[in-house]
Design a protein around this ligand. Structure first.
Ligand SMILES: Nc1ncnc2c1ncn2[C@@H]1O[C@H](COP(=O)(O)OP(=O)(O)OP(=O)(O)O)[C@@H](O)[C@H]1O
Ligand SMILES: [Mg+2]
Length: 452
């Protein structure tokens, strides 16, 4: 792992030298004699902690402190003072200094202080993430499945988790790619470090580069503060690159460089920053095809596809559906404070016959809706949404679209009614409930069509 960088600011070269001697075994040390030079260093390079002499020529320590905080609010500063200036130091704490150290100091005292300040910084970075992650985490993290394909997948996750190899997770939308990426992170030695997801498709194109690599203050219009990129925020942990197929050519090249050299440069920065990050990428488009089309770099594809993990669509492991339903019923029952036991056998059968183009996510949404609307302990056939019960209703529209609208509507209506009736084995009151019409209206329609 990259060592933390400490910037020492003191006009006395003897003092700078003694700091360096003490700190060098544990940290990277940069030292400068005055405020303006300190600010130059901060603008150009990555620094994790500043040791700042309070009495400096040119610009005094307090002013330097204020300027440092303007560049990077989260950067910790320890003030170094002579006994006489302790009062000033205490006042400076109000301006956001982490602590102060009075000269002369003990070696252990200095090291302990630095350790605490650096811990706070890394904790803060993690807390920012955890906040975002927590909402998603809870018990959403469990991967449900007993199908042999899933069992194989679980074994593979366990194996790759122990390595740092780059992983490419492929699968249709909603199959659980992100869940699997998280599992790989959680089961590996980096579990206590951040898992940082980034989705280039969800970020404005002009901002993706800064999102990934970060930027320096003033790097472009609107860059008021230094911002760390996702790659830097993932230090020591894992970066989840979602929908990697959407990445534009220019960024593909930049990402390739990161994977090869394991270092980045912030936008508007001048110094390379070492990156120790495990990359897990995901895609729901066929990258090989994209390579063949020239839309995705072949060299990047091979860099990413070190360990390929393919997640099968739900319809190919439909045996897992009842388990998944149970899992989601429990989850949403708790969340909405409802006592729902589960689905009736007919409802489960209907769900198993559906193709699930949106895979587990679609199933999850259907169950959520059912639980929210349930007015009894059991969810039945008539509680299921129509598009699950009548998956081919779009075909029906197409078949009918050559007729005048009135006839088309009626033909469509007719076929839907017939499909529902077939589903409920001719039970008219149940069909009427599903269709949301009165039983008598249904009867009248059937009489008109002569299909009773
Ligand atoms: N095997 C599973 N067990 C429990 N929950 C699952 C499972 N697979 C997926 N899910 C849930 O389904 C939802 C979709 O999963 P996820 O976001 O990981 O899919 P994805 O493949 O990344 O989808 P997309 O391609 O749309 O981004 C999530 O809420 C996830 O918790
Ligand atoms: Mg996803």
């Amino acid at each position: 792992m990259a060592r933390p960088v400490i910037l020492v600011v003191d006009d006395d070269s003897g003092v700078r030298e003694s700091f360096r001697l003490i700190l060098e075994d544990h940290y990277e040390v940069i030292d400068v004699p005055d405020g303006p030079q300190a600010l130059d260093v901060l603008r150009a390079s990555q620094v994790d902690l500043v040791l700042l002499d309070i009495r400096l020529p040119e610009m005094d320590g307090i002013e330097v402190l204020e300027r440092i905080k303007a560049i990077d609010e989260g950067l910790e500063v320890i003030l170094v003072t002579a006994v006489k200036t302790v009062r000033t130091a205490v006042a400076a704490m109000k301006l956001g200094a982490f602590d102060y150290l009075t000269k002369p100091f003990e070696e252990d005292e200095l090291l302990a202080l630095c350790r605490r300040a650096l811990e706070k910084r890394s904790l803060e970075r993690e807390v920012t993430f955890l906040r975002g992650e927590l909402a998603r985490a809870r018990d959403f993290e469990e991967i449900v499945g007993t199908h042999p394909a899933m069992q194989k997948l679980f074994r593979l996750i366990g194996q790759v988790a122990r390595t740092t190899a780059t992983v490419l997770v492929t699968g249709e939308s909603g199959t659980g790619k992100e869940l699997i990426a998280r599992a790989i992170h959680r089961q590996g030695p980096r579990r206590d470090k951040p898992f940082v997801p980034v989705n280039p498709a969800a970020v404005a194109e002009t901002l993706i580069e800064s999102e990934l690599f970060g930027h320096e203050k003033g790097a472009f219009t609107g860059a008021y503060q230094r911002k760390l990129g996702k790659l830097e925020l993932a230090q020591g942990g894992s970066l989840f690159l979602d929908e990697i197929g959407m990445l534009k050519a220019e960024l593909q090249a930049k990402l390739l460089r990161v994977l090869q050299e394991r270092e980045i440069e912030r936008v508007g920065g001048t110094r390379a920053i070492k990156i120790d990050v495990r990359v897990i990428a995901a895609t729901n488009v066929d990258l090989k095809q994209a390579v063949a089309r020239g839309a995705f770099r072949e060299d990047l594809y091979y860099r990413l596809n070190v360990v390929p993990i393919e997640v099968p669509p739900l319809r190919e492991r439909i045996e897992d559906l009842p388990l998944l339903v149970e899992h989601f019923v429990r989850q949403y029952g708790q969340q909405f404070g409802k006592r729902v036991q589960g689905l009736s056998p007919e409802a489960l059968t209907a769900l198993s016959e559906y193709r699930w183009p949106g895979n587990v996510r679609e199933l999850q949404n259907v169950v959520e809706r059912c639980v929210v609307l349930a007015d009894g302990p059991l969810i039945g056939l008539n509680d299921l949404p129509l598009d699950v019960l009548l998956p081919d209703h779009r075909l029906l529209v197409r078949k009918a679209d050559r007729l005048p609208l009135k006839d088309a509507t009626e033909a469509f209506e007719h076929q839907i009614v017939l499909q529902v009736l077939e589903r409920v084995k001719g039970n008219q009151s149940e069909a009427a409930r599903i269709l949301g019409v009165h039983r008598n209206s249904l009867k009248r329609l059937l009489e008109r069509w002569g299909s009773e």
